[in-house]
Design a protein around this ligand. Structure first.
Ligand code: SAM
Ligand code: SF4
Length: 337
């Protein structure tokens, strides 16, 4: 085990002046469903010994929090399949400087975990939901589960989670018919719906440009068929979503147009994979090995220096629209979306 010791507290700035305040941690590469845009049908998961322990994750959080990171998002794979996740939430909650802890989940297990997560100090939830049609759900997720997701959402609201976001991956040939029902559902249940463009990070490596529906065209459908939309001026610069208010005051809808309109110049994120690698970009092809440092006698300053090096190497943009673009080796479930 490495020694815990004082670290420098300079902000985590990259060579373009972007200050990193947002840590995304993948706690597992496993999942209880198999969304085709993320995982292959047959997957070889990481062995347990190669996955960061809660103590190791909490140590990384402490190290980066001292350097100004104040927001943490837990993701995966499916984070709720990691046992006793509420314990990790409580450990992160106890770290000085962390203001906001969120989780991204498919909500299949949320009904049984919502209360414990709330009690542990989880602030916010993003729930992935691409359709309200059970058959389409099964086609996308290659597993059943819509009913559980809906129960999970209801339970999360019942235990007091507010401002829950629904994330919908926009998929050509599938999502067109889902836009209006999802928008109406979100308005009815007081949820903020966000459409994410399909990115070339699917495990099957079958992504093609013509499968992307751009956020702008979805916005036009909603404005035409649901309610007029007004730009939300309070959109935070580092936030990838472009938000709109419904003109009748009944909620918001957002668009993460990562393919058609990348938001790299305001990116303040760093990522840790379940097997303890630092990534400075979803689409990056380079990783920095933290797990070996954490399992050696390296002190906290040495761990921080590896993180600083990864941040300094961050590129200006992800370059998916570049002809030279090479997709990363790992798919979304292995990186932590
Ligand atoms: N299992 C959890 C879930 O689905 O919410 C968390 C991990 S999942 C990888 C995180 C987010 O990435 C989900 O909202 C998912 O829909 C999204 N995602 C996965 N593959 C994607 C892709 N190829 N393009 C865009 N979004 C993707
Ligand atoms: Fe699992 Fe989330 Fe990937 Fe779907 S998007 S396969 S729920 S990790």
């Amino acid at each position: 085990m490495g020694s815990h010791s004082a670290t420098d507290t300079a902000p985590l700035v990259d060579s373009f002046g972007r200050v990193h305040k947002n840590l995304r941690i993948s706690v597992t590469d496993r999942c209880n469903i198999r969304c085709f845009y993320c995982m292959p049908e047959t997957v070889k998961f990481l062995p347990h010994k190669d996955i960061l322990s809660f103590e190791e994750i909490a140590r990384v959080v402490q190290v980066v929090a001292a350097a100004g990171v104040d927001r943490v998002r837990i993701t995966g794979g499916e984070p709720l399949v990691r046992s006793q996740l509420d314990k990790l939430i409580a450990m992160i909650r106890a770290v000085d400087g962390i203001k906001d802890i969120a989780i991204t989940t498919n909500a299949i297990l949320l009904e049984e975990h919502a209360q414990r997560l709330k009690d542990a100090g989880l602030d916010r939830l993003n729930i992935s939901l691409d359709t309200l049609d059970p058959k389409k759900f099964e086609k996308i997720a290659r597993r059943k589960g819509l009913e559980k997701v809906l129960k999970g959402i209801a339970k999360a609201q019942a235990v007091g989670f507010k401002d829950i976001r629904l994330n919908t991956v926009a998929l050509a040939g599938i999502t067109e018919t889902e836009i209006v029902p999802l928008a109406l559902f979100a308005r009815q249940h007081n949820l903020t719906l966000r459409f994410i463009e399909f990115m070339p990070l699917d495990g099957d490596q079958a992504w093609q440009t013509d499968q992307v529906i751009n956020g702008e065209s979805i916005r036009e459908v909603i404005a035409g068929e649901v309610c007029e939309l007004l730009p939300a001026h309070e959109t935070v610069r580092s936030q990838p979503a472009v938000d709109f208010h419904y003109a009748d005051g009944r909620g918001k809808v957002g668009f993460i147009n990562s393919v058609s309109s990348p938001f790299c110049e305001a990116c303040d994120r760093l990522r840790i994979t379940a097997d303890g690698r630092l990534r400075n970009c979803l689409f990056g092809t380079e990783e920095w090995n933290l797990i070996d440092a954490l399992r050696s006698d390296a002190n906290d300053q040495s761990v921080l220096e590896i993180i600083r090096e990864g941040i300094m190497k961050k590129k200006a943009g992800h370059g998916t629209d570049d002809v030279q673009f090479k997709r990363p080796q790992r798919a979304m479930y292995q990186i932590g979306g």
